[in-house]
Design a protein around this ligand. Structure first.
Ligand code: 3PG
Length: 207
């Protein structure tokens, strides 16, 4: 799979923060029931890597990847855990090289024109635009379209069900990412129906 194919899987890539590994599999199944077959599990929690491993092993029809990859050594661990793609919030040279070495589809983060041009020099035209809202939102991405029309973004950071459509309407936005499909309270309460409902709403965003 190429990164462009990854971005075409769903209008929304859920960015999930899993505190309890026991939530991983029911959460992935709940998203899939709602029509979202891709998940970015962030490495922000202790449970992240094990959660990723369990989803990869037990919910094989869902494409699971690792997010918040910020250290070179994490890339191999994610690959061994079954990650089918890697997402980084920025693109430091060592993390970028280590991520590219795995051969996995890579969605590297960029927020400035210099970072975007650097990724293009590496042959990476698909990028995560993070943090999307604080960095300038839809107005910023529209402005970038002029000089860098070949870049395709997955904006994340502040995207919600209310503003996702505005981002998805831009010609240089392939999909969006966000944590709103998996609210912390829903996970704590193990309210998987709520997650399925939010996923079902999100999966129709391009229709
Ligand atoms: C990410 O890493 O993509 C973001 O933290 C997701 O941002 P959100 O929580 O504002 O959706």
């Amino acid at each position: 799979m190429k990164t462009a194919d990854l971005l075409a899987l769903s209008p929304v890539i859920p960015v999930v923060v899993i505190e309890d590994v026991e939530h991983a599999v029911p959460l992935a199944r709940a998203l899939a029931r709602g029509g979202v077959g891709v998940i970015e599990v962030t490495l922000r929690t202790e449970a992240g890597l094990e959660a990723l491993r369990r989803i990869a092993a037990e919910v094989p029809d869902v494409v699971v990847g690792a997010g918040t990859v910020t250290a070179p050594e994490q890339t191999t661990l994610c690959e061994q855990a079954g990650a089918r793609f890697l997402v980084t919030p920025g693109a430091s040279p060592r993390v970028l090289d280590a991520a590219l070495d795995t051969g996995l589809p890579l969605l590297p983060g960029a927020a400035t024109l210099t970072e975007m041009m650097t990724l293009l020099e590496h042959g990476l035209p698909e990028m995560k635009f993070f943090p999307a809202l604080p960095a300038g939102g839809t107005a910023y991405l529209s402005a970038v379209l002029g000089p860098l029309p070949q870049v395709r973004f997955c904006p994340t950071g502040g995207i919600t069900a209310d503003n996702a459509r505005q981002f998805l309407a831009l010609p240089n936005v392939a999909c969006v990412g966000g944590s709103w499909l998996t609210p912390k309270e829903a996970l704590l309460a193990q309210d998987w129906d709520r997650v399925t409902q939010l996923a079902a709403e999100a999966s129709t965003l391009l229709v």
